[in-house]
Design a binder for this molecule. Structure first.
Ligand SMILES: Cc1cc2nc3c(=O)[nH]c(=O)nc-3n(C[C@H](O)[C@H](O)[C@H](O)COP(=O)(O)OP(=O)(O)OC[C@H]3O[C@@H](n4cnc5c(N)ncnc54)[C@H](O)[C@@H]3O)c2cc1C
Length: 314
């Protein structure tokens, strides 16, 4: 059902939708870090057709940003101007065909892994430890324990800024370590992922091992954004951060996790500026100590509420 919480400004220039369209929605509740300002307008499409029609009818000068489950995002305190599209329930269907899973971009990795287990499909267990959705996993080429999305990818569909629906194959995705070179601005709406016939008991056991290892090695019960920096070629980001003496380092309510020092955590009172500033301080110290310039894995979106955080190297 359409929900239009109308404010004069941007929302009045937007088309009527079947999903939810709301002005000034705080994004902290939509990100794992639990920080950040508001979306000028938040759109939650009812389905892929609703999304495509919205994109086709939205004037070109309006900025559009897509987010998934927000597990790899730092939304700055000044929020995100324009329309933020969040793919959730309306695009979270999962179906099983032989050893292939078709999943909506809003489906959680855990639910896809569970469906694969129930269908005795092996090879998708790694998704049970990645707390994001399939759209985010495609954009980030998410992976763990030696398997990445690219290894199980068959095809995807995406909507472009003009509302056209595109079929994408492997060559269109340009997968690399924690990124996809798929055309910027494409919004993935679903994907086909393939495993192979497996033993349900062995799959269940593997998923339990993954989840137990995560609980032991990562601060999964604290607001976080997962791995903050990509592993540089031939090195581990956490080792460099440890070597630079940053384990436990704090800034405002932000802290480098004691448990896994490539994770930043919000101890409860952090702002996005605290987290981004701490991340840059870690980059500065690692560069000074090891000569390596760490690259952010976490996606930083939106505008600062105060002076922008100064980036190492600028
Ligand atoms: C505790 C914890 C553990 C984690 N462990 C891992 C791990 O082991 N391996 C790993 O790879 N990641 C890990 N992550 C990071 C994160 O879970 C993954 O990157 C995940 O795939 C992001 O999905 P999301 O739905 O949360 O995307 P978001 O964080 O919402 O967005 C991430 C990026 O994807 C884009 N995006 C989202 N949806 C779409 C879409 N439909 N179409 C186009 N672009 C889209 C966004 O614009 C943004 O650039 C971890 C995070 C946490 C908090």
């Amino acid at each position: 059902m359409a929900t239009n919480t109308r404010s004069p400004q941007l929302i009045d220039r937007l088309p009527t939708v079947r999903g939810r369209l709301e002005a000034s929605v705080p994004l902290a509740r939509h990100t794992w870090f639990r920080v950040g300002g508001s979306a000028e307008v938040l759109f939650r499409p009812a389905d892929a057709k609703d999304l495509a029609e919205f994109m086709a009818a939205t004037p070109d000068d309006i900025a559009v940003t897509v987010i998934g489950i927000g597990s790899n995002l730092l939304v700055r305190d000044g929020g995100i101007p324009g329309v933020v599209i969040r793919l959730g329930q309306g695009l979270s269907g999962i179906t099983v065909e032989g050893a292939t899973i078709c999943a909506g971009a809003g489906a959680a990795g855990l639910h896809v892994a569970n469906a694969a287990r129930d269908g005795a499909i092996a090879g998708l267990e790694f998704l049970c430890g990645i707390p994001g959705g399939i759209g985010g996993a495609l954009r980030m080429n998410a992976g763990a324990y030696g398997t990445e999305i690219k290894d199980v990818f068959v095809a995807a569909r995406a909507v472009s800024r003009d509302g056209a629906l595109h079929d994408l194959g492997r060559d269109d995705m340009g997968f690399a370590y924690r990124q996809s070179a798929a055309t910027a601005g494409l919004i993935f709406v679903d994907a086909r992922l393939a495993g192979w016939p497996g033993d349900k008991e062995a799959i269940t056991k593997r998923m339990a091992e993954i989840q137990s290892t995560r609980r032991t090695t990562q601060p999964v019960r604290t607001p976080t954004g997962g791995s903050t920096f990509k592993n540089p070629h031939g090195a581990k980001a956490w080792e460099l951060i440890d070597q630079a003496g940053c384990r436990g380092l704090g800034r405002g309510g932000a802290k480098v996790s004691e448990k896994h020092c490539n994770f930043l955590v919000n101890t409860g009172t952090a702002s996005a500026a605290d987290l981004e500033g701490l991340g840059e301080e870690v980059r500065r110290r690692v560069l000074a100590e090891t000569g390596v310039c760490l690259e952010w894995e976490i996606q930083r979106l939106g505008i600062a509420a105060g002076p922008p955080v100064k980036e190492v190297g600028t």
